[in-house]
Write a protein that binds this ligand. Structure first.
Ligand code: FAD
Length: 380
């Protein structure tokens, strides 16, 4: 039997793949529903980092589409001078999905697939200490390297995607507006200056209202955070597999962590089913991408407002930005060099900030590596 802690996308994908091949799976979820940290906000499954289309990717990891999953290609993008850029793509740029407890959310879709495959989910079951023989840990982010603050609302605006690059409203990040069939999500995503998140959100909101003619009904606030610590692979244990953001698997560049989460869940299942080392699978399929994304984060963070304008001008002239974006995600020699620099730059983020004390025995603390390797571990 395999025990999985947390019922996020990483865990559910792991559970689906194991149960479909006859393994008994129990998922322990601390809340009474999936995706309680989300509020019906829209997210995107990015479609630029690989040649393989994201829908094909989902099918390749055993997931079928029983949730809202709408292709978006055309978007309107604004730099700090509020000049509008329309970027051309040869294929879908991202697939819009909904997060949270709504019936058409990706979370409910994955939950249904897990239950249909035979997975048992134990709700309101917060696990403090791992005491099962084989455990997958998919408990989500442990620290905040990136913070998002936004609203969801109703609108009569047609379906659309808007993006904003401006350090005055989203330091080293971006703001976005997504509209789908009368529902909308607007948020700013910050990579620094977190105490001023509300101020940035209000400024971002003003800017968005200045350039988009949109009516806003029944607004509800939401927020969240993510982390991209890279400490996972130091923990090479075959009976406790960290997946998704619990392992720090997240796109350091822009926070598109869903594909990382689901891929790692699939790899954890594959490792258990085939006896292949999970560490090795992650080293081959996730680690190089994570390193490239951290290099990209470092480069992006140094562009500044002037650089954002230049980049948007450059992209506007291109027939297909997908190819350009994909090349940026490939691990090249240049990116490996930048990664060495970025690793030092983001040093404090690459270790766990919550548990830097010595001799604890939690799963994430680098100081308790030996405890982790040999004995029981705590989830805190
Ligand atoms: C505002 C926001 C916008 C985002 N936008 C995008 C986007 O557009 N595209 C994209 O690809 N990614 C996006 N992301 C990132 C994406 O949401 C995450 O990368 C993804 O949800 C990670 O999945 P996970 O399975 O690792 O963890 P989670 O989705 O966090 O799930 C973890 C689960 O574990 C449970 N849990 C935690 N501790 C315990 C415990 N001790 N015992 C039992 N259960 C426990 C939690 O309740 C939760 O259900 C966004 C994130 C945020 C916050």
């Amino acid at each position: 039997m395999v025990h999985i802690i947390g019922a996020g996308p990483a865990s559910l994908v792991a559970g689906i793949n194991l149960a479909k091949r006859g393994v008994e799976v129990v998922i322990h979820e601390q809340k009474s529903e999936v995706a309680s940290r989300f509020n019906g906000d829209f997210q995107g499954i990015e479609n630029w980092s690989t040649d393989m289309d994201a829908l094909e990717f989902l099918s390749s990891i055993g997931i079928s589409i029983n949730f809202l999953c709408e292709p978006y290609s055309i978007g309107h993008y604004y730099g700090p001078n509020l000049r509008k850029h329309e970027l051309k793509t040869s294929r879908t740029l991202f697939y819009l999905v909904k997060r949270g407890t709504a019936p058409d959310s990706i979370d409910q879709g994955l939950k249904k697939q897990a239950i249909d495959s035979g997975v048992t989910i134990k709700w309101n079951d917060k696990i403090e200490k791992i005491s099962y023989p084989i455990t997958i840990v998919g408990t989500g982010p442990r620290a905040a390297d990136v913070v998002a603050k936004g609203i969801i609302f109703k609108t009569s605006h047609p379906d659309a995607c808007y993006g904003f690059l401006d350090n005055r409203i989203a330091p080293k990040g971006y703001a976005y507006l997504l509209v789908n069939k009368g529902d909308a999500t607007f948020a700013t995503v910050l990579y620094e200056d977190f105490p001023k998140t509300n101020d940035y959100f209000l400024k971002a909101y003003e800017i968005m209202k200045r350039v988009v003619d949109i009516e806003i009904n029944e607004p509800k606030e939401f927020g969240g955070y993510g982390n991209f610590v890279l400490n996972h692979n130091s923990r090479n244990r075959s009976d406790v597999l960290l997946v998704g953001e619990a392992a720090g698997f997240q796109d350091a560049l822009w926070g598109f962590g869903l594909r990382y989460a689901m891929l790692s869940g699939y790899l954890a299942a594959k490792s258990i089913l085939t006896g292949t080392s999970y560490f090795q699978l992650c080293k081959e399929e996730i680690r190089p991408r994570m390193e490239t994304s951290l290099a990209n984060r470092w480069l992006f963070a140094h562009l500044g407002n002037f650089g954002y304008g230049r980049i948007l001008n450059y992209l506007t002239g291109h027939k297909d930005i997908i190819g350009l974006l994909r090349r940026q995600h490939e691990p090249t020699r240049f990116k490996r060099l930048v990664f060495q620099l970025a690793k030092k730059w983001y040093h404090t983020r690459l270790i766990n900030k919550e548990c830097m004390h010595q001799n604890c025995d939690c799963i994430w603390c680098r100081h308790c590596k030996e405890n982790y390797k040999s004995g029981e571990v705590l989830l805190r």
